[in-house]
Design a protein around this ligand. Structure first.
Ligand code: GTP
Ligand code: SPV
Ligand code: MN
Length: 618
């Protein structure tokens, strides 16, 4: 389609944002930009203001460069498709490093490199890496501008795709820069796709480099990323800052930076609760965040779908904000029957990456509709038919869209005080053992649950899809320091909460248990509201539990399955705990805990021996 795009609603570009005059740019940011420009030798330097007009110009430029294709504006207004290099489609955990002074501060679950060595390796790569390109200066805020929980950063990047993505995912531009100019501290982040251009050299649609580094310097609170333009590797505000660096800040300052969605739940009686849930990548956060309950009278509203920052408020209660401003969500599996809210969110103003293109200039991916279109252009740009025998969209294809576009967004989603958390949920993707839902006995047992979450690997990161691995707190790829110290921080946080006020309940869920034939036993999606409903009944002391070795499960008849086409034997299977399997699980947890040596908090060892004795008593 060659129709000209019109500007509809702006992504996140407050028209009232202050203008920061060149002379008023903070001197430390200017010095940073000059230092990096000397190293990377870009052709131009451009300071991003975050306006709609600027976004429009960048999008036009990306279309001209072939990075973006504009979708049919009559069907999908002001939306674009990006096809990445086929080797740059997911996070690269093997190339992600925590460069603490001491190796033990990175811990056994992170790749570590000494800071001086990392700097020595990066220096030649970044030397001249932006030649022929523009260096964009991207000031951003994580959290509502002016909130005491908000933290600031400045990303330098040579990727305009990253700039427009940052514009959706963060509060980007002059408003953030003005806060920095007023003295707010900020995290420097340097990003280059690692594809310098020689004089007259033609660019490719998706420049990147086979050599990749995603490096974090926790002491200096600094991020360096090289070689990739894919979301989690390149949109540095997100995983690199809001989780890895922020988790270090949180440890030092007494809060939590978590891979969690946030929802507001309203019961038929009009009572309101807030829940935070940590599931590993591509394990259902966006879907639970946009849940439409199937049971009458219940509503769920969205506050965040990927990252939450939690702190103890002045009232002593656990409060949380969503530091992001957009969703970078998994496309495959998102359809009318599974997540109607997401489909409605994506009506326009959306950048899709690595989905398939329809003949009518709209997008498609597996799961959007039950029947695929007869012909498509697949994510690699090749002709595709349903007989092609390969997915049309990449399994980790994504959409980037502003949070306020979700019809389910809560009016409190950007409350600078955050929302009070009543329950914390941990979950994973496990075909066996982990029950549909189980409640922790107390905070410390909940920490044990979080610490031992195990999940089948997904396409969100390079690696073997389906392989079961421990992904504690869904933070395995995102903790910026030693995971054992992180466990200790959670235990300590519980002590502080107990001293002040009510401690949230902790639950564990698993939507992904399968029958021997490989079928999901639980219908999932909207029906997950039934599990939320039971959790609320627990919060209101209106439901009972049966004790099991793993914690409390709903007493027979208390989980509302009315109207569900769920055979009794499937319901039983969803909660079945086999003694041999539990023993094997305990052995595996012990093995996992051993990797932390003496650093493992004693409380977690106690929790494991409690588990063992309960399994023996079963
Ligand atoms: P990240 O953005 O990678 O952190 O992922 P996420 O946790 O937000 O995952 P998301 O909600 O995007 O879900 C990932 C995949 O799991 C999608 O293909 C969903 O369709 C699927 N999924 C989500 N919820 C359920 C569920 O309740 N049951 C089943 N069977 N699949 C689900
Ligand atoms: C994840 O992988 O957990 C994501 C996508 O949410 S990314 O931003 O790439 O990390
Ligand atoms: Mn995520």
């Amino acid at each position: 389609p060659d129709a000209r795009p019109e500007i509809t609603t702006a992504a996140n570009s407050p028209s009232s944002a202050p203008v920061v005059l060149e002379a008023d740019r903070p001197a430390d940011v200017v010095a940073f930009v000059e230092r990096i420009a000397r190293l990377t030798t870009p052709d131009q330097i451009y300071w991003v203001d975050g306006s709609t007009r600027e976004r429009h110009a960048l999008l036009q430029q990306l279309v001209a460069a072939g990075t973006l294709t504009q979708l049919n504006p009559d069907i999908r207004p002001y939306s674009f498709l990006a096809r990445s290099d086929e080797r740059d489609v997911a996070r690269v955990e093997e190339r992600t490093f925590i460069c603490s002074e001491r190796e033990e501060d990175a811990g056994p679950t992170n790749n570590w490199m000494a800071p001086e060595q990392m700097r020595a390796e990066l220096e030649p790569l970044f030397t001249g890496s932006m030649r022929g390109r523009t260096l964009y200066v991207v000031p951003f805020a994580m959290g509502p501008i002016g909130s005491s929980m908000t933290r600031y950063g400045v990303q330098l990047t040579d990727s305009p795709y990253v700039v427009v993505s940052m514009g959706t995912m963060t509060r980007m531009g002059s408003a953030a820069l003005a806060q920095i100019a007023r003295g707010q501290s900020w995290v420097p982040a340097v990003h280059s796709v690692g594809a310098p251009l020689n004089n007259g050299q033609k660019d490719v649609p998706w420049p990147c480099n086979e050599t990749k580094y995603i490096a974090h310097f926790p002491k200096e609170r600094e991020i360096w990323s090289y070689g990739s333009a894919y979301g989690g590797n390149a949109i540095l505000a997100k995983k690199a800052f809001a989780l890895r660096i922020a988790s270090v800040m949180a440890r030092d300052e007494g809060w939590l930076a978590e891979h969690m969605l946030l929802i507001k739940v309203t019961s038929p009686a009009g009572k309101k609760y807030h829940m935070a849930a940590a599931f590993p990548s591509a394990c259902g956060k966006t879907n639970l965040a946009m849940l439409t309950p199937t049971t009458p009278g219940w509503t769920v509203e969205t506050i965040g779908d990927d990252i939450a920052w939690l702190h103890i408020g002045k009232d002593g209660r656990l409060r949380a904000i969503n530091p992001e401003a957009g969703f970078f969500g998994v496309a495959p599996g998102t359809g009318i029957s599974t997540n109607r809210t997401a489909v409605d969110t994506l009506w326009g103003n959306t950048i899709f990456t690595n989905v398939a293109l329809r003949e009518d200039g709209d997008v498609w991916w597996e799961g959007l509709t039950d029947t695929p279109p007869a012909r498509l252009i697949d994510w690699r740009g090749e002709e595709w038919t349903p007989d092609s025998g390969r997915p049309a969209a990449h399994p980790n294809s994504r959409f980037t869209v502003a949070a306020h576009q979700a019809p389910s967004i809560a009016d409190t989603w950007d409350d600078p005080e955050g929302v009070v958390i009543d329950a914390i949920i941990f979950g994973g993707r496990r075909r066996a053992l982990a029950p549909l839902v189980v409640e922790a006995r107390d905070w410390d047992h909940g920490v044990f649950m979080g610490a031992t979450i195990s999940s089948e690997q997904t396409a969100a990161a390079e690696g073997t899809v389906g392989q079961l691995r421990r992904d504690p707190f869904a933070m395995l790829p995102f903790a910026g320091y030693n995971m054992a110290d992180y466990f200790a921080h959670w235990l300590d946080f519980g002590k502080r909460l107990r001293r002040s006020a009510r401690v949230p309940r902790v639950f564990q869920v698993n939507w992904f248990r399968k029958s021997p034939e490989g079928k999901f036993l639980w219908p999932g999606f909207g029906e997950n509201g039934r599990v939320i409903e039971w959790m609320v009944a627990r919060l209101e002391s209106e439901a009972c539990i049966d004790e099991t070795p793993l914690g409390g499960i709903p007493r027979q008849g208390e989980l509302n399955v009315a109207g569900l086409d769920l055979p009794e034997e499937d319901l039983t299977e969803l909660f079945r705990m086999d003694t041999d399997e539990l023993e094997a699980e305990a052995d595996d947890v012990e093995h996992f805990f051993q990797t932390f040596g003496d650093k493992l908090p004693a409380e977690l060892r106690h929790q494991l021996s409690h588990l063992r004795s309960r399994v023996r008593a079963q």
